[in-house]
Design a protein around this ligand. Structure first.
Ligand SMILES: Cc1cc2nc3c(=O)[nH]c(=O)nc-3n(C[C@H](O)[C@H](O)[C@H](O)COP(=O)(O)OP(=O)(O)OC[C@H]3O[C@@H](n4cnc5c(N)ncnc54)[C@H](O)[C@@H]3O)c2cc1C
Length: 394
């Protein structure tokens, strides 16, 4: 007899571990399946809202960032001090494992193994097939029946591809970074550098993110044929980091747009990168993955209680209600400001504006469009127009 659980969560990154935690703490039987063995390539920057909402302990932060330096095509640097508070940095091997263990602490069963497929029993129940790590491929896969399946297996999700129509058409930026040993001298461990230069990325940006005794130096692009390795080599040279010891080189796709559907109208729902929820322009995905995981957990719980598959739709609806406008604005910003070096130069100039700095940090830190100071929006709008018309010099 194949056993039955309330939920199988495929993927134990921030979205899956959060969804599993949400369901397990409500007493649902949860199997958390993660293939393990690979550290997720990631800059690891997280906002205070995440730290607060998801109860992240201080000891998981490997650095606290108090300012960002925006670097223009002409190498002009504009510093944006965070003001009150800081941006947290996490190492994903430590952070993700802590999240998975928290879910396990509430009763989720962890399995290290690879998801293979979602099939159906004669009575229509979903049957998840997987291969445990360390078991020979020639062995028959294991199976478990699931009342609901949460697909949190990252960008290019096998669950999405198998269960959600249209998921295979999702577009990606590819991001690549090198983890280096942070130089003992001449390196600011509290400042993130963000390079807006067409030669480093024709459609995204390059970054240097401090992580305590290491740092992530990376770049991203959706453009086929653009060499990210060369770009990161050039970035390291520009930042004086060529001679720093390289610890790891790795890359991964980042989805560019939320999918139109996150559920199959029956018993499968997606979360995180699998659902396409990474903020355009910034590439920020950890907070949105955890928020998506929480909402997918909520939706699955409601579905398990009511048996009404419409409950699964609430995950996407609630997410887009809270974050859809920000995603749309960031999408327009990326399309407009990252399209030529002339515009990038102006974009960095605009970042010198105190109103822009305050609103940017406020929105990033709190994940809400700030409405505290409506006149600041008006001032920014007028300054933007002046820049666009070339009435002020870059
Ligand atoms: C280079 C780079 C830098 C980034 N920097 C930042 C940043 O600084 N800040 C930020 O907020 N976001 C950043 N992001 C985005 C962020 O990493 C993702 O949005 C986030 O990790 C999404 O979480 P997730 O849980 O949805 O997916 P993932 O973190 O990708 O987790 C998916 C999990 O599923 C598991 N899995 C996949 N396939 C299977 C399978 N077949 N069977 C079993 N398990 C499976 C994997 O092992 C993994 O644990 C960056 C991304 C990249 C690529």
């Amino acid at each position: 007899m194949t056993r039955t659980v309330d939920a199988v969560v495929v993927g134990g990154g921030p979205s899956g571990a959060t969804a599993a935690h949400e369901l397990a703490r409500r007493g649902r039987s949860v199997l958390l399946l993660d293939r393990a063995g690979r550290i997720k390539p990631c800059g690891g920057a997280i906002p205070p809202r995440l730290i607060q909402d998801f109860g992240i302990p201080d000891r998981l932060l490997c650095a606290r960032i108090t300012s960002a330096r925006m670097v223009s095509p002409s190498s002009r640097g504009v510093d944006m001090p965070v003001g009150d508070g800081f941006v947290g940095m996490v190492n994903r091997d430590v952070f993700d494992e802590w999240l998975r263990e928290r879910a396990a602490g509430c009763g989720a069963e962890r399995i290290a193994g690879r998801f293979l497929s979602v099939g159906r029993d004669p009575d229509g129940t979903a049957v998840v097939s997987f291969q445990r790590n360390g078991v020979a491929k020639s062995e028959a896969p294991e199976q478990v029946r699931a009342r609901v399946v949460i697909g949190a297996d990252g960008a290019i999700s096998a669950v999405a591809e198998q269960c959600i129509p249209g998921a295979d058409r999702i577009r990606h930026v590819f991001a690549y970074h090198e983890i280096i040993r942070a130089p003992a001298e001449g390196f600011d461990g509290q400042r993130c550098d963000v390079y807006y230069q067409g030669k480093l990325s024709p459609d995204f940006y390059g970054w240097v993110f401090p992580h305590g005794d290491t740092a992530s130096v990376g770049s991203g692009s959706a453009r086929k044929g653009f060499s990210l390795r060369k770009s990161v080599g050039d970035l390291r040279a520009a930042a004086g980091l060529t001679d720093a010891e390289t610890i790891r080189r790795e890359g991964a796709p980042i989805p560019m747009k939320p999918l139109r559907r996150w559920d199959n109208g029956r018993d499968v729902v997606l979360a995180g990168d699998a659902a396409g929820v990474v903020a355009p322009a910034s590439g920020e995905g950890i907070y949105y993955a955890m928020e998506g995981g929480r909402l997918a957990g909520d939706a699955a719980d409601l579905f398990l209680t009511t048996g009404d598959a419409k409950a699964l739709r609430t995950a996407r609806r609630r997410f887009m209600r809270a974050h859809g406008t920000v995603f749309r604005i960031l999408g327009i910003m990326q399309w407009f400001w990252y399209s030529s070096d002339k515009r990038r130069e102006r974009f960095v100039s605009i970042c010198a504006d105190p109103d822009v700095q305050r609103l940017t940090w406020d929105s990033y830190m709190n994940k809400k469009l700030t409405r505290k100071d409506p006149m600041a929006h008006v001032r920014i709008f007028l300054k933007d127009v002046a820049h666009l018309l070339g009435l002020v010099s870059a």
